[in-house]
Write a new protein. Structure first.
Length: 82
């Protein structure tokens, strides 16, 4: 039930942000060039920072014995095949 409540709160927050954005666009409160800047700021800067902070604050090395290998595995998967 805890996961359902967290998911519901997240979806409600996204819906509220969407409704607020729609209202702002409909009323022409903020110019379009500012909205583009805010979208870039949110998606390319704020979202990755939030994901990184959540990963770092909830990471426990004792839970993942070989945690140091994960970045090495990702690098190997990304490397081009010859």
């Amino acid at each position: 039930m805890h996961i359902f409540n967290m998911t519901l709160q997240s979806v409600a927050a996204l819906l509220a942000i969407g409704v607020l954005g729609f209202w702002i666009i409909k009323r022409n409160i903020i110019p379009e060039n500012i909205l583009r800047f805010l979208a870039i700021l949110a998606i390319e800067i704020a979202l990755p920072c939030i994901v990184f902070v959540n990963l770092i604050t909830q990471f426990s090395p004792s839970s993942f014995v070989r945690w140091w290998q994960y970045p090495l595995m990702m690098r190997k998967a990304d490397s081009p095949k010859v």
